[in-house]
Design a protein around this ligand. Structure first.
Ligand code: FES
Length: 367
């Protein structure tokens, strides 16, 4: 009996010492004290070391795009680290090109702040703000795409260019035990001040899309931040505008078209939209109206899975083939593409083959 008591007491004692050492190690090794974060050579912040660069920046209300919530799976959170970021981690390399590695670009969610650190970020990221907004409308556009109209807090607005995106936070809910941010293009026009609209497609198992499609209600508050992105409409020229999208990629294209209408931009525009069946098409009346009211606009949907009973008389097959048929000359044209990576890659190829200069093909790839 005595032996049992002694053994139990010994094991308990060793465990307590071990736990104490672990706590001490965590406190000493994980605690890097205060360090200096210098941004763009002229802004200095004293921050607590030990967190990821992404979290440290968020603490300072500086928002970097991040669609995976800092898990190192989206590759959005790139930042140039001039000094003090430590070695590049294996979790970063799949997302960084040779040129980016040479240029000291890092994934800010993987790079830890352990010492004084100097970084460089685009100045416009200082304009990114966080908003607690209210869902005013939810509309089914198709069986898998919802339109959200979101009201910003009284007196606030997001100053964005048509084509840019925001990040939307999905909270913890039944079936999801972590907060995640996902990126969505803004579908409304910048002049629709006080509001933004988003088109969110349902992805089975997707944390944010499940939240929006199965849990979100009119009147709920949501947390968003933005604007972000270097995909936006260039309104400093008179080139013909070629717009291409599939599914929810329609959102930034809508923002561009609304902007063109509001500012009476007299440029020829063609919108090539790819879908599977007629059930995947939406806003047809709106595009018809645009064909009558915009300077020289045509909406050209292409369906890839139509059968006899659909009675579809429009374009069939792949959108790149439709463009090849319609595009006569590459002169004085620029293109805006929004869709998944394979679609964008095949579009860029088709447009370059037609003679469009690559630097006039702007695109926003999303999965
Ligand atoms: S936030 Fe997604 S990779 Fe860093």
């Amino acid at each position: 009996m005595n032996e049992i008591i002694i053994t139990t007491a010994t094991v308990t004692g060793i465990s307590a010492i071990f736990a104490f050492l672990l706590t001490l190690a965590d406190k000493t090794i994980g605690n890097y004290g205060e360090v200096k974060l210098t941004i763009n050579n002229d802004k200095e912040y004293i921050v607590n070391g030990g967190s990821s660069l992404l979290s440290t920046l968020i603490e300072e209300k500086i928002f970097i795009p991040s669609a995976c919530g800092g898990k190192g799976t989206c590759g959005y959170c790139k930042v140039k680290v001039i000094d003090g970021g430590g070695p590049v981690l294996p979790t970063e390399t799949p997302f960084l090109t040779e040129d980016e590695l040479k240029d000291n670009i890092r994934l800010s969610c993987q790079c830890k702040v352990k010492e004084n650190i100097k970084i460089q970020i685009p100045e416009e990221l200082f304009n990114v703000k966080e908003y607690i907004a209210t869902v005013e409308e939810i509309e089914d556009m198709t069986s898998v795409i919802k339109r959200l109209r979101i009201r910003l807090p009284e007196g606030e607005e997001i100053k964005f260019k048509p084509g840019q995106f925001i990040q939307f936070k999905a909270p913890i809910y039944d079936g999801n035990d972590e907060e995640v941010y996902r990126a969505y293009s803004i579908a409304s026009s910048p002049s629709d001040k006080g509001y933004i609209e988003l088109f969110i497609g349902y992805v089975p198992g997707g944390k944010c899309t499940t939240y929006v499609h199965k849990h979100l209600k009119v009147g709920d508050t949501v947390q968003i931040n933005g604007p972000y992105g270097d995909f936006y409409f260039h309104d400093d020229n008179d080139r013909e505008v070629i717009l291409v999208a599939a599914g929810t990629g329609i959102a930034p294209i809508l923002s561009i078209l609304k902007h063109m209408k509001e500012y009476n931009i007299n440029r020829k525009a063609r919108f090539y939209f790819g879908a599977k069946t007629p059930d995947d098409l939406f806003l047809l009346d709106y595009f018809k109206e645009l064909e009558e009211t915009l300077f020289d606009f045509k909406f050209i949907p292409t369906l890839s899975r139509v059968s006899e009973e659909h009675n579809w008389t429009g374009e069939k097959g792949r959108v790149n083939n439709t463009i090849e048929r319609h595009l006569e000359s590459p002169e004085n044209k620029e293109a805006y593409l929004c869709g998944n990576p394979p679609m964008i890659d095949s579009m860029v190829k088709a447009l370059v083959n037609k003679g469009l200069p690559e630097e006039l093909i702007y695109f926003d790839k999303f999965d």
